[in-house]
Design a protein around this ligand. Sequence first.
Ligand SMILES: Cc1ncc(COP(=O)(O)O)c(C=O)c1O
Length: 505
Amino acid sequence: MPRRPSISSFRAFSLDSSAPEALHRQLYEELRRAILSGRLAPGSRLPASREFASVSRISRNTVLTAYSQLLAEGYIESRAGSGTFVARAIPEIMVPETPQGPPEVSADSPGSRALSRRGTVISETPILRHPLRTVANAFRPGLPALDHFPMDIWRRLYDRRLRRASIRLLSYDDPQGYLPLREAIAAHLAASRGARCGPEHVVIVNGSQHGTDLSARVLLDRGDEVWFEEPGYFAARALFRSHSAVPVPVPVDSDGLVVTAGIERAPNARLVYTTPSHQNPLGVTLTLARRVALTKWAEEAGAWILEDDNASEYRYHGRPLAALQGIDPSNRVVYVGTFSKVMFSALRVGYVVAPTDLVPALVQARVLTDRQTPGLSQAVIADFMNEGHFARHLRRMRTLYAERLAALLRAVREHASDVLEVHEGEGGMSRVAWLPPGLDDVEVGAEVARAGIQCLPLAEYCSVPCERGGLILGFTGVDEAEIGTGIQRIAGCVRAVQARVQAPV
Ligand SMILES: Cc1ncc(COP(=O)(O)O)c(C=O)c1O
C-alpha cells in the first residue's frame, strides 16, 4: 500500500502567480511531473482540494481545475466517497523509459533540445488512456468487414489506371482533390444524405481525422471553446486539445446533443463538434428539433458546427435524417466524411464539404501540411464509385452488418443477459454493452483484454466519470461465430470482476 504523502510535501510546489502560465496549469504540470517521476507513487492519495488550497495558499478552483485535467488524462482517479488518488496504472505511453533522471544527451549537441510549447502540448496529448493493439480482432470499434471488400475489383481498377496512368496522375495536382472524385462525392451526398453541395465545396483529405484537423487549424485559436459531446469520440477531443482549444463537455441524451446545456455551459463557443447521425459512442440520432435549435444558436452566436458524419451510411432501422449540412439555413456547417468505414480504413481518404468562403483557407491549410491526397487512390475511388461498385458494396455491407447486429443481440440474450445490456439502436458500427451498475468499465476492459478481446471501456470516451460503465463493441468486422464466442468470453470476464468486487474483504 503506497504511503500517503504528507501534506507539507505539497507546499513545496513552486507556483508563481506573476508567471504568464495560469496557476492551474502550473499546478497541473507540477503534479504530472511528480507522478511521472515516481515522486507521487501509483495509488497514493492526494490531499482534498480544500486542504491543498489552504496549505498552498491558492484558490480551491485552481486545485479543482488542475485535478480535473489530470483526471481526464488518466493520471489520477477519483473514488466515490474515498478521495482522489494517483492512478494505479499510468498509461504506458506516458511513462518515460527511465523514470529517474534525464536521458543521456551527447555533450556536443548544440542548443536547447526542448520542444516548443506547441510541440509539448501535441506530444503530451494522449488519445486513449489504454491504447488498443494494432491487430484487428473482436470487438475493435470502427472496423468494417475488411475480408468482404471486393479486392478483385479494386485490383482490376488499380491495374487499369496504372496501365493508362497519365503524367497528370503522377504529378502534383489540384490540392482540393481530383475533380471527378469530388463530383462523385457531391452526387452521392446529395442523393444519400440530402447535402447541398457541388464539387467546388468538396476538399479531399486523408480521412476524417485529417478533415477535422484542417478545420481546427483554420477555425480555432488557442483557448477557444468547443462544444464536445460527452461521452464523445476520444480522438477528436484529443485533436482539439492538441490545438490548445478547450473542449467543453456537453451531455448527450436519447435525443442527442443537449443543445440547451451547451448554450448554458459555453455560450461563446467557437465550434461545435458533433456526430448527429449516429452519436459516437451512444448511437443516438440528433432529433430534428435539436438540429433546428443547434443551427439557430450557431447562427446567432456566430459559431461553426463540425458535423462528423462517420458511418452514417449504415442504418438498419428507422428513417435516416438528412445531414445537418443540408438543413442549415445559415451555412455554418463544415461536414466531414470518410471512406474508412465504407471501403477500408487504411485507404486514408475522406472529404470535407465546406461553405464556399471557407474552401480557400482549407485548401491552403492542406497545401501547407501535406499538399494533396495521392492521385492514384483518388482516381481509383472515382472509378469505383462511377462504375457502381461503391453502391453495390454498401448495399451488401448494410445487409451483412444488420445480420451481425442481430447475432450480437442474440448472443447477449442467450449468454450474457445477467451481465450485459445491449440495445438494438438504429445504425452505426458499434454498440454500448452496459455493465451492471457499480462495475468499473476500465477494470472489466482490462480483464477482457487479458482474455484476448479488444473493446473500449466507455470511460475512454468520457472526460468526467460516467454514471454507468459500459464496453463499446464494434460488431461490423466480426463474423457471427466470433461474435458468439466473444460475448461468452466477455460475460465470463464481467462475472469474474463482479465476484471479485462483491467478495468480502
Ligand atoms: C466519429 C469518428 N470520427 C472519425 C473517425 C476517424 O475516421 P478516419 O479513419 O476517416 O480518420 C472515427 C473512427 O472510428 C470515428 O468514429
